[in-house]
Design a protein around this ligand. Structure first.
Ligand SMILES: Nc1ncnc2c1ncn2[C@@H]1O[C@H](COP(=O)(O)OP(=O)(O)OP(=O)(O)O)[C@@H](O)[C@H]1O
Ligand SMILES: O=c1[nH]c(=O)c2[nH+]cn([C@@H]3O[C@H](COP(=O)(O)O)[C@@H](O)[C@H]3O)c2[nH]1
Ligand SMILES: NC(=O)CC[C@H](N)C(=O)O
Ligand SMILES: [Mg+2]
Length: 548
């Protein structure tokens, strides 16, 4: 076992919630180290990890019901460890049942989505138990909606997703909050056992992060000391351990993720690294030149540029199914990396690793490759679910457990130029998944031009940084127009701009009318193949950010 530095940790037991890893991520945002482990992990297993100084546990939500015969439980030694435990949703129900309470299907309304919890004023009487809500208040906006005749009740918006409820408390517990339809929305006892029926880890529970902070700092007495510097040191250690003296090639795309992956690997193994940038022909206007120039100026790592434009176009000819496109592109990338590894092997020994800037959202939406979860597959991101089943190179993915904003923070700490840190993500399959349907060079040309105009106008309006992503989509729809008294029959382009923090959920951006007008004007005036422009006003969910 590698000797990692011993650090305070909160262990999250995963009962299968979509949000399990969001919990660990929220904890890390509070600068406390956290690990997600399968629900059947025992205290003894955990104690074998010398680097963990466990300060408390969180039981996640999950799809099961605790009274089912096959419901996942927890190691009794964890319950008896004397360490604080926060149970969320299923986790609260489990905690309640295992400590002698009772859980049953909810009488009356089940709760899915937004709800309002009322923190009971009498709960504040016992300061020890009330620590989880200490110092929490409604925002002025939330207070505006309050009933003035009941000023003492603290009402907070919260995200709910449950059909079971705790109907009998374990001994020593008291109810801390309720909702209109559920008398037990939060419970606690003096030892630091807390149950929340709502999800504090999602952004739809605005005070959720404060509640998690209370658990970490007031109940578990953690110190806020886990920083980007630690994450870097640890990643560097793990890379050295995994790679040894072998040579790594790193797929570099010009995006922030692969740049940060390359910097981390370079820090770990120096000149055992070669970066490879593939010109897929599916890139945006000027992108190749830009990547070459920025890389030469800022990174001191050898870069190989592969011109694979024709290869990709040939493979994609007449393919219109989005999943097939993604799989073809994923396989082509790998085949190119393997060819390059062979070429490099003429001058380097043991070229055995391929590094990618894969992030957690790529992993979770692609498949349940992540052993600790059972989430459903949405689309095959080319670098995860789109990978061929047999690969000659072994993967190094130092960012696989992180979210975009965490990667940006690490990039900044590693000295990546700000311009690069804040670049909008651009998917590896590139314009191929923004030309809806079959891809060919004439369509790519139209879209490349459209994309350039959209981004140019957004930068001019000074709102590039505020947006998570912005781009144009070339639809296969053609419609009738009139230009200079002529009839036109040309393409419909959709403009998409979203705001998001972690790219797991996103909202459509409320772009100013004038900006939308200018974009529409320029697209139709400057590109003959376009005579109609629409703006995409769907959030994710139910849509995704990309159209394919
Ligand atoms: N043109 C390319 N050449 C080489 N590798 C690429 C290319 N495009 C994508 N990749 C590889 O696929 C991975 C995933 O791509 P993805 O677009 O998610 O990440 P990124 O480009 O590094 O960052 P961002 O999400 O900010 O665009 C990259 O980290 C990189 O390893
Ligand atoms: O490297 C990538 N390979 C892919 O196959 C891929 N598909 C989507 N994306 C990017 O992932 C984020 C979420 O996108 P979706 O909401 O469309 O799933 C957004 O930032 C997308 O641009 C990809 N990135
Ligand atoms: N999201 C959850 O954790 C749900 C827990 C439990 N299955 C319920 O419906 O109440
Ligand atoms: Mg990219």
């Amino acid at each position: 076992m590698h000797a990692l530095e011993r650090r305070e940790a909160i262990i999250v037991l995963d009962y299968g919630s979509q949000y399990s890893r969001l919990i660990t991520r929220r904890i890390r945002e509070c600068q406390v180290y956290s690990e997600l482990v399968p629900a059947n992990t025992t205290l003894e297993d955990l104690q074998k990890n010398a680097h963990l100084d466990i300060k408390g546990f969180i039981f996640s939500g999950g799809p099961s019901s605790v009274y089912d015969a096959d419901a996942p439980l927890c190691d009794p030694a964890i319950l008896n460890s004397g360490l604080p435990i926060l149970g969320i949703c299923y986790g609260m129900q489990l905690l309640a049942q295992e400590l002698g309470g009772h859980v049953a299907p909810t009488q009356g309304l089940r709760e899915y989505g937004p709800a309002t919890i009322e923190v009971l004023p009498e709960a504040a009487e016992d300061k020890q138990i009330f620590r989880i809500f200490e110092g929490i208040s409604a925002t002025p906006q939330q207070t505006d909606n309050l009933d003035a005749s009941q000023p003492e009740v603290l009402r907070l918006p919260a995200w709910m997703s449950h059909g079971d409820s705790v109907d009998k408390l374990p001994e020593g517990f008291r109810v801390l909050a309720r909702t209109e339809s559920n008398p037990v929305a939060a419970i606690g006892d003096a030892r630091g056992y807390i149950g929340l029926q709502f999800h504090p880890e999602v952004t739809h529970t605005p005070q959720g992060k404060e509640i998690i902070r209370n658990f970490l700092f007031r109940i578990c007495h953690c110190e806020a000391s886990w920083t980007a510097g630690h994450v870097i040191d640890e990643a560097v250690d793990l890379i050295r351990q995994q790679v040894g003296s072998d040579h790594v090639i790193c797929g570099l795309s010009g995006g922030v993720d692969s740049a940060v992956a390359a910097l981390l690997i370079h820090k770990a193994i120096g000149d055992q690294l070669t970066c490879i940038f593939v010109d897929t022909g599916l890139l945006r206007a000027g992108e190749r030149e830009q990547v070459e120039e920025t890389f030469a100026n800022h990174m001191h790592i050898p870069l190989v540029v592969v011109d694979a434009r024709q290869r990709f176009l040939d493979k994609l000819a007449n393919v219109s199914d989005p999943e097939r496109k993604r799989k073809i592109i994923g396989a082509e990338f790998i085949s190119i990396f393997e060819d390059e590894a062979v070429r490099l092997a003429e001058t380097q020994e043991n070229v055995t690793f391929l590094a990618q800037g894969t992030l957690y959202p790529d992993v979770i939406e692609s498949t349940s490759h992540d052993t600790a979860t059972t989430a459903k597959s949405i689309k095959s991101h080319h670098n995860v679910g789109g990978l061929p089943s047999e690969m000659k190179l072994k993967l190094v993915e130092p960012l696989r457990m992180l979210f975009k904003d965490e990667v940006r923070e690490i990039g900044a700490a590693l000295g990546l130029p700000e311009e690069w840190v804040w670049r909008h993500p651009f998917p590896g399959p590139g314009l191929a998944i923004r030309v809806i349907g079959a891809v060919d060079e004439p369509k790519l040309k139209v879209l490349r031009e459209a994309d350039r105009i959209v981004i140019e106008e957004i930068r001019k309006a000074g709102i590039y940084r505020e947006l998570g992503q912005a781009f144009a989509v070339l639809t296969p729809v053609q419609s009738v127009g009139v230009m200079g008294d002529y009839r036109t029959y040309a393409y419909l382009v959709a403009v998409r701009a979203v705001t998001t923090g972690d790219f797991m959920t996103a909202d459509w951006a409320r772009l100013p009318d004038e900006l939308l007008g200018r974009i529409s004007n320029r697209l139709t005036n400057e590109i003959a193949e376009i005579n109609r422009v629409v703006y995409d006003i769907t959030s994710k969910p139910p849509s995704t950010i990309e159209w394919e």
